[in-house]
Design a protein around this ligand. Sequence first.
Ligand code: PRX
Length: 630
Amino acid sequence: MYKQSVEDPGKFWGKIAENFYFKKHHEGEFFDYNFDISKGDVYIRCMEGATTNICYNCLDRNINNGHGDKIAFYWEGNDPMDSTSITYKKLLAEVCKFSNVLKSLGVKKGDRVAIYPMIMELVVAMLACARIGAVHSIVFGGFSAESLSGRILDAKCDILVTADGVYRGTKLINLKEIADEALELCTQGGHTVSSCVTYYFISSTSMQMVWNKDVDRSWKDLMQSASSECDPEWMGSEDPLFILYTSGSTGIPKGVLHHVTGYMLYAATTHKYSFDYHPDDVYFCTADIGWITGHTYITYGPLLNCATSVMVAFEGVPLFPDPSRYWAIVDKYQVSKFYTAPTAIRALMKFGEEPIKKYSRSSLRVLGTVGEPINPEAWMFYHTVIGNSKCSIVDTFWQTETGGHVLTPLPGCTPTKPGSATFPFFGIVPAILSDEGVELEGPAEGYLVFKQPWPGIMRTVYGDHQRFERTYFTKFPGYYVPGDGCKRDEDGYIWITGRIDDMINVSGHLLSTAEVESSLIEHNLVAEAAVVGKPHSVKGECLYCFVTILEGSEFTQDLVKELKEKVRHHIGAFGTPDFIQNAPGLPKTRSGKIMRRVLRNVAKGNRDLGDVSTMADASVVEVLFKNRVE
Ligand code: PRX
């Protein structure tokens, strides 16, 4: 299948497309694209001319095939007593109702709707957007008001959908308050959101909230009178489906834009083959829908395959009510396919085997991982302890930009090696390039690139096509450059070695150093800041910040606290730095460029700095080691 998928991609994907409903079929070549910027604008089109609707394919098509009463989602709240489920038929009725609500608020095809996460209703809201052709832009619930407003402004969203609050462990997060602050910032930024629809999750009334009657609407009130029938909008294959922001190395997030048909085919196919999905499976992905993993592998992929999924209301490591929570859920629903992040596995390893062995986990067949390189120890723990040495481990490498898995083993088919994402998925042609852009053969290390398009690849950066070309297609014309380094071993296995740019991967979430640095510099005592990643036993990497403060001021623990708070406020809780150290001077080249390689070694306490001959003032290094924090 792989051979066919790369030799005749049109035939391969065309056959897969036959499983989906198209209102109008396409004619001509399956792909039309240009990856080579030296020959003109970069573009990717797939099945252009066809019309379809992804929501129809997720719901109506499955219901028409006789699966209306199948459970689409089992939902587990923060409190284990709080659980519910929804069938495909009921989900369609809810989606149609919310589609009608959106229409009544004036939302039309092509309009952008921001969603600041919440529970099961999030899936309803995103599918409703897809049904009427509106473009959803979901912002992870851990982001701050400032981050949320930046994203709403960039996409000029007219509507914001949110909830009053969510629980994370025992902590109640007041989402509505953050949303209100974000809307205020939007107005200050010159764009006023016309409606904010709030779902009361915590409370049944709006009593405790600030309620602006011009803007605020209650989800439940609007839904009460909405009809549960709504015809889908037939969308062109290359019409946009959603925007999802990802960190950019300049510090300004990029709105990754995915389009309807290509994303649909790729989400469904990767979900089917990477997890060896079968109709009687119960599938559980622990991600938050606010990230791409949730988009592709909680909502779209599983629903397109008519799967039954478990969805949880909490992200990260579920230690509530105890560290066995995942395994209690696995046994409760007899989960067969489980998908999580290395950071969660490492966090659970700390509690030992006992909380895991309390439950049988005998239903498990395939265990997936995503978000960052998985260290072999965590891989082995996943395999031997969590999977009772009888499950396939699938280490899936991909990005917000790729839409779905691009390197992954196939369960029961690909012999695995702990820590390697193994081989390309169908339709993916990777290569490893040297610094000079030469393709390296055999065992080699260099830049990971992809040579031809696949259906799920992003189409552009929202509102900035040049940034799309600059970021992914300019370094090596003719190739898509994801920004990761990799190694190929003597057996052809690919091993991701980490980012080649200034991005830091904290618990599977990419953060740009520039974005953190600009938050630090906002403090009036900070003259300069440089941020690097430091290895962390659970998070993979954490933020280690070097700050130079103004002459004559004092570096105190209060300042450290203020700076951490500043970054948290700017980005969100998950971006809070672990370390802030006083750096009276930063190591720079003679041309003034900060030598991050040296800073990474200082953060690690590694005195073997390599070649420092280009450093302008080598004496700063000793001071940095002296001020190092652990
Ligand atoms: O550096 C790679 C790392 O996460 C980046 C993509 O981040 P994001 O767009 O937020 O999407 C995360 C979920 C798909 C990649 O460029 N990454 C993701 N998965 C892996 C990985 N690194 C190594 N192994 C993986 N399996």
